[in-house]
Design a protein around this ligand. Structure first.
Ligand SMILES: *Cc1c(COP(=O)(O)O)cnc(C)c1O
Length: 392
């Protein structure tokens, strides 16, 4: 039998061992982690909606009428009026013809990619795409060609030299880097080479674009340009689940073929109704996005002055590039000693030698919270080995 214990020990020796924190209380910047209060800068609750009273009330108000459990899959007797209402609302929110509500983003990517490409087809995937996209590609049994991150010239060459059915898949906002995919260029290439474009906007929905409609809306791309738009609901939207939006024909096809849609129990319908309330808030409250942008701007200016290496991101994902696993961990631990929670992200989540602190911002952070983070970062600069920070 395989030596699982030795593998775990190996992980520990390489600074790659992972542990879970035990959180009590609601998700908000002031978190209680293993009984200790910490100011959190690593959540994906970008708009501060995970504990919003209106959304909680929508769920509890709905429950006496919908019950709690999903009880069955959508194709048996689980497809509830609440789910239908959310799908109509999501189609409207994304300006698409129709939408399909999935249980998680992971399942949406697995189901959509494996339904829309198969043996004999080719999938082109950005090298930094999310794990669920990578797994969806594997599950599809299609040939997978990964292109260097954001490299449109290489992708163009690959597309030009490949025949048959082609699918191009990309994150909208890259989850560990925070940068945005060159969507206009991708759409033009897909049009020129008759490829189907799939965009996973898990970190763009709610945050980027007019009224938070995401990166695809920000780029002014239509349903024809991006026929398959995926988004998650557990991040900025503050609830749970995911959606796929696009032409009715494709959604119908997915209902027939996406196994992660077909063979799973429907989500609680009250949660779908609470998500409708969240979408109302997202559309109406530009103030959340403008506050978030102001936090991001201030952080970037001041963290750079402190000598930290930031990445080209204008989204709430603002990683501090470190490189070495142990330094990233040391910095994360030092910040925790100062009452801050910022996770170190290490391989295999990011490429070897690119360990980083993944700092994320939420509209629920105050300017004072940002100052607390910056003060702690100023105090921790000495942990950066051989960095310019020593000279500052
Ligand atoms: C988080 C994430 C997912 C997974 O979504 P869940 O609803 O959390 O399963 C998919 N794609 C990307 C890019 C993500 O960041």
């Amino acid at each position: 039998m395989r030596d699982f214990a030795a593998e775990l020990e190996d992980r520990k020796q390489s600074g790659l061992y992972r542990t879970r924190r035990l959180i009590s209380g609601p998700q908000q910047p002031e978190l209680v982690s293993d009984g200790v209060p910490l100011l959190c800068f690593c959540s994906n609750d970008y708009l501060g909606l995970a504990s919003h009273p209106d959304i909680i009330r929508a769920a509890t108000d709905a429950m006496p009428y919908t019950g709690l459990g999903g009880a069955a899959s959508h194709l048996i007797c689980g497809h509830h009026q609440g789910h239908h209402q959310l799908e109509v609302r999501l189609a409207e929110f994304t300006r698409r013809s129709s939408a399909l509500f999935f249980s998680t983003g992971y399942m949406a990517n697995m189901g959509v990619i494996s339904a829309l490409a198969g043996r004999g087809d080719t999938i082109f995937s950005d090298r930094l795409n999310h794990a669920s996209i990578i797994d969806g590609c594997i599950l599809s049994r299609a040939r997978v060609r990964r292109y260097p991150h954001g490299d449109m010239d290489t992708l163009a060459d690959m597309l030009a030299t490949t025949g048959g059915h082609k699918l191009v898949v990309t994150d909208g906002v890259f989850s560990m880097d925070g940068d945005i995919a060159p969507l206009k260029e991708l759409a033009a290439l897909c049009r020129a080479h008759d490829a189907l474009l799939v965009v996973d906007d898990a970190h763009g929905v709610g945050v980027v674009g007019p009224q938070g409609r995401g990166t695809v809306a920000e780029s002014g791309l239509s349903e024809e340009d991006v026929p398959v738009l995926i988004g998650t609901l557990g991040k900025a939207v503050g609830t749970s689940g995911a959606f796929v939006a696009g032409p009715a024909l494709l959604m119908d096809y997915l209902v027939q073929k996406a196994r992660t849609y077909i063979y799973t129990t429907a989500m609680p319908p009250a949660l779908a109704l609470a998500t409708c309330t969240s979408l109302d808030l997202i559309e109406r409250q530009d103030c959340r996005r403008s506050h978030l942008q102001s936090l991001i701007r201030d952080f970037r200016r001041q963290a750079s002055l402190l000598g930290y290496e930031l990445m080209p991101s204008r989204t709430p994902i603002q990683p501090i590039m470190i490189g070495d696993n142990w330094t990233a961990l040391a910095l994360s631990h030092a910040l925790e000693q100062k009452g801050l929670m910022v996770t170190a992200i290490r391989p295999p989540t990011v490429p070897e030698g690119e360990s980083r602190l993944r700092v994320t911002f939420s509209a629920a952070h105050s300017k004072a919270d940002l100052e607390t983070l910056l003060t702690a970062l100023a105090d921790c600069r000495h942990l950066l080995k051989g960095s310019s920070a020593e000279a500052v």
